[in-house]
Design a protein. Structure first.
Length: 510
């Protein structure tokens, strides 16, 4: 192979230095290149209004080859400006022709192409690829964040719905639904009290066992015994044993004003009985030990029991008895009226309800222990229960197990979360606000997460738009770099009698 056919291999990073060292370009070519670009900037202000020129102006790339193309265009558009010698006299044609000649002088166009090739290979294309990878990574992160937000929102809503279901409400209008649940609480308790009948044999078994063991009557499970005997009556009847003639309405739905209402009722009760000057308790200094009953009635005493002079005016006693009788009459009329807290049912009263639950727990513990004893029964236990009542001897382990299941079932029906919350709301006006705040907080969190996911979706959409623009830019720049490398190789080859030129590390690595 002759020297004329040997290829010229030039590395991309050494290309500009190779052109300068071979004296194809001047070392200070940048100064001349800046002057040419200044002339191009002035020349583009006066251009013919044709589509091809508009496209070139839009691309905003004016290198040596674009300038040559503009000269070719002006040869057609400014052909009427030729003089008699066939030379163009158009100023813009002459300006662009001068720009082309300046590019060709000292091979400035070749130095510019080499400079652009190095910049594209080392910076521009890698930068676009890095930007594309960055966008893809951000897209992946945003997609994960959006999925996480949706999952969090779903979890908050599920927790909200679960809590609402636990409270027995739909969760659409929390305060109204809670208040409505509170208003039907008495009816719920009445319905539950009607299901206590299966506990009758349990109560009989328990009382019989206590009587057999202690050999004496023991007052046990008073509330359970009362509910089975008389049902869920008023607290007044449970306390006094008297059926009230009148039961004032006990509205637990208006718990927000419960405290003020109770205060008003106390004031009204105080004003209902006149403890004024109608009773003369006397101002005598004589000390007497006169017994009296708790309701204010004086005990009648015999005359011999008084250690005072016999000259006592007994007419005063008669007048006093008349006054007392007049006062006792309205008190007696009010004794059979259930009002305030006494108007609520036994199970509606939190104190009695807690006692009732404790009684059920007591029976449950007894049955559990008794069942354990029967299943592990030995000779001594059998001997001890030979004289026991028939109910204790005939009740088998299966029977006890059935009793235990009934007790557990009823206890759990009175200890549901929804019922507990209703009792809390009944006893505390602020509890509804606390429940509302907690549920509303879950809704607020869900809404915030949804809003965040929408914002992330918008960012993702914008990022996709940017990424879709980077791809074509990268492809176009690689194509431009490839064309640029081929032009440089062709220009250098012409200077060396068409020897093959290979620029290494150029577009191949892209």
């Amino acid at each position: 192979m002759s020297n004329s056919n040997l290829p010229i291999d030039i590395h991309t990073n050494k290309l500009l230095d190779w052109l300068i060292s071979r004296r194809h370009c001047k070392k200070d070519f940048q100064k001349d290149l800046d002057a040419i670009r200044a002339k191009v900037k002035l020349a583009i202000e006066d251009m013919p209004q044709i589509d091809e020129v508009k496209q070139l102006l839009q691309e905003n790339v004016f290198d040596y080859y674009v300038c040559k193309r503009i000269v070719e265009i002006l040869k057609n558009t400014d052909k009427n400006s030729k003089n008699i010698f066939g030379q163009y006299t158009s100023k813009r044609f002459l300006d662009w022709q001068e720009i082309v000649k300046l590019y060709e002088k000292d091979n400035i166009f070749l130095a510019e192409d080499a400079q652009n090739l190095i910049r594209n290979v080392n910076y521009e294309v890698p930068s676009l690829k890095k930007l594309s990878s960055k966008y893809e990574q951000k897209l992946s992160d945003l997609e994960r964040s959006v999925e996480l937000c949706k999952k969090q929102s779903k979890n908050y809503l599920n927790e909200y719905n679960a809590k609402a279901k636990k409270l027995g409400i739909e969760g659409i209008n929390i305060k109204e639904e809670l208040t409505s649940q509170l208003e039907i609480l008495p009816q719920k308790l009445n319905d539950l009290s009607e299901k206590l009948q299966p506990l009758i044999p349990v109560l009989d078994y328990y009382k019989t066992f206590l009587l057999f063991v202690s050999q004496s009557e023991i007052d046990c499970l008073p509330i359970l015994h009362y509910l089975l005997a008389k049902g869920n009556t008023t607290c007044y009847e449970y306390k006094t044993g008297i059926v009230p003639e009148t039961v004032e309405e006990y509205r637990i739905g208006s718990i927000l004003n419960l405290v003020s209402q109770s205060d008003d009722k106390i004031d009204e009760d105080d004003n209902g009985i006149d403890f004024g000057d109608g009773i003369d308790f006397g101002d005598d200094n004589t000390s007497t030990d006169t017994p009296s009953t708790s309701n204010g009635d004086f005990v009648k005493l015999d005359q011999e029991e008084l250690n005072v002079d016999n000259e006592i005016n007994w007419d005063i006693d008669d007048e006093t008895d008349l006054n007392i009788a007049k006062i006792d009459e309205p008190i007696a009329q009010q004794l059979n009226v259930a009002r305030g807290d006494e108007a609520q049912s036994v199970l509606l009263c939190s104190e009695y309800r807690n006692r009732f639950i404790n009684e059920l727990v007591e029976v449950e513990s007894f049955l559990t222990e008794r069942l354990f004893e029967m299943e592990s029964e030995h000779m001594l236990s059998t001997y001890l229960f030979q004289s026991a009542p028939s109910i204790l001897q005939l009740t088998t382990s299966d029977g006890l197990r059935e009793m235990l299941s009934q007790v557990v079932l009823i206890r759990e029906s009175f200890e549901t979360s929804a019922l507990k919350v209703l009792y809390y709301m009944k006893d505390s006006a602020k509890y509804i606000d606390n429940v509302f705040k907690k549920l509303n907080h879950l809704q607020t969190l869900s809404q915030k997460v949804i809003a965040k996911s929408i914002d992330l979706e918008q960012k993702r959409s914008d990022l996709l738009t940017d990424l879709s623009a980077v791809g074509p830019q990268t492809v176009a720049l690689i194509r431009q770099t490839k064309s640029l490398q081929q032009r440089i190789e062709s220009a250098i080859s012409q200077k060396y009698n068409n020897r093959p030129v290979n620029i290494m590390g150029g577009v191949q690595v892209l």
